[in-house]
Ligand binder design. Structure first.
Ligand code: RBF
Length: 357
């Protein structure tokens, strides 16, 4: 890429400069007063820090955030993206973000984590011109911060409904105990108030007697611990699992495959990872959202100080039902019931109350 940029023929370069000039002029109001003032006639870069609170690999929400920002930059020559992995030590996140922001290199910090807004509030106090946009989080009232909250109660609710159909079924690995399992990396408000209750509420729409076995790993990377927990839960009667555990979820999937249990998966298409084991995958349109956010930023359309909640009806959450991992793994009657339920959910015909965060 860098080489290509260095060796563009001058005729092409001339055209590119003209295009860039027009783009810079069009974007001028955005930069007015900012550190990248469009006072001179050169091409202006808009620089985005993608701040990953963990590691990209193995964490669907982070992979999609980075992919969305990078694809936007690839199609917008004046946008530069740096993806920074802050690692798993949460105690260091604020300090790392502070020194990145202190460099003055970034017009925007983009992140995806429910715990980030509070960190951004603190960093923003020291750097009042810095803007932050955080997905997968809810925070309003700070003029430097804009957030987008996925309705994860909703996604967990329909995945829970599917888990309820599976645990009460006659499928090969379904037992007579009406118990579903949830493995979490750690506890945090979005998980404890939306994700886990949504999963159980959804399952109980199938059968109110269903119970949940909930376990916590203690970090986002220990797949062996997740595997041990899954084994102990299977012994206790769990036959279908969900998890929010980043890379550690691999251990749970492995054990479910080895010992005979099923998995429903949040946010991304993981059917191929364990065909016949992963029988349902939700979908989070985080890549699309990231591209839209960056387009809105360039167009000056972001409302800072506000939070937006997005889900099924606006097309940011869904369920992947056209994959052989789904159509080939579940009995026809379960698919029919679940597809009908999803259609009712999409049409707003299923009533439920999202708890307060
Ligand atoms: N999700 C991941 O997939 N990988 C992570 O490393 C990760 N780290 C998190 C750390 C904290 C402090 C919190 C509150 C959440 C984290 N999440 C992580 C959860 C993620 O932001 C999101 O809520 C879930 O992926 C569900 O959509």
């Amino acid at each position: 890429m860098a080489q290509l940029k260095n060796y563009v023929p001058s005729r092409v370069l001339g055209t590119a400069l003209a295009v860039a000039l027009i783009a810079a002029l069009a974007a001028a109001p955005l930069f007015a007063g900012g550190k990248k003032d469009a006072g001179n006639q050169q091409q202006k870069d808009f620089s985005v820090l993608v701040y990953i609170t963990g590691m990209v690999a193995g964490s669907p929400t982070y992979e999609l955030l980075a992919a969305g920002a990078e694809s936007f930059a690839a199609s917008h020559g004046n946008v530069a993206v740096k993806v920074y992995e802050a690692g798993f030590n949460q105690a260091e996140w604020e300090e790392q973000l502070t020194s990145l922001v202190a460099s003055g290199d970034f017009d925007l910090v983009l992140g995806s984590n429910p715990s980030l807004p509070e960190i951004c509030v603190n960093v923003g106090k020291k750097f009042p011109n810095q803007k932050f946009i955080i997905t997968d989080a809810e925070y309003s009232g700070n003029p430097q911060i804009s957030t987008y909250l996925y309705n994860q109660y909703e996604q967990s609710f329909y995945l829970g409904y599917l888990a309820g159909l599976v645990t009460t079924s006659k499928m090969e690995h379904a037992n007579s105990v009406k118990k579903i399992g949830f493995i979490a990396a750690q506890e945090y408000p979005l998980l404890s108030k939306h994700i886990v209750p949504g999963f159980l509420d959804g399952a109980r729409r199938v059968d109110p007697e269903i119970t949940i076995d909930f376990r916590v790993i203690g970090n986002w990377f220990d797949a062996n611990k997740a595997a041990d927990l899954a084994a102990s839960m299977i012994s206790a009667g769990v036959d279908v699992f969900a998890s929010i555990a980043g890379g550690a979820a691999q251990g749970m999937i492995r054990t479910a495959g080895e010992q005979g249990a099923y998995v429903v998966f949040h946010n991304t298409n993981e059917y191929k990872l364990a065909p016949g084991v992963i029988v349902g995958c939700g979908l989070m349109e985080q890549k699309k959202l990231t591209e839209e956010i960056l387009a809105d930023v360039l167009a000056g359309k972001i409302q800072y100080g506000t939070s937006r909640t997005i889900g099924l009806k606006d097309g940011y959450l869904d369920f992947i039902s056209d994959d052989p991992g789904y159509t080939g793994s579940l009995p026809k009657d379960i698919q029919d019931r679940f597809n009908a339920f999803m259609n009712d959910m999409r049409a707003g015909r299923v009533s439920y109350t999202v708890p307060a965060l």
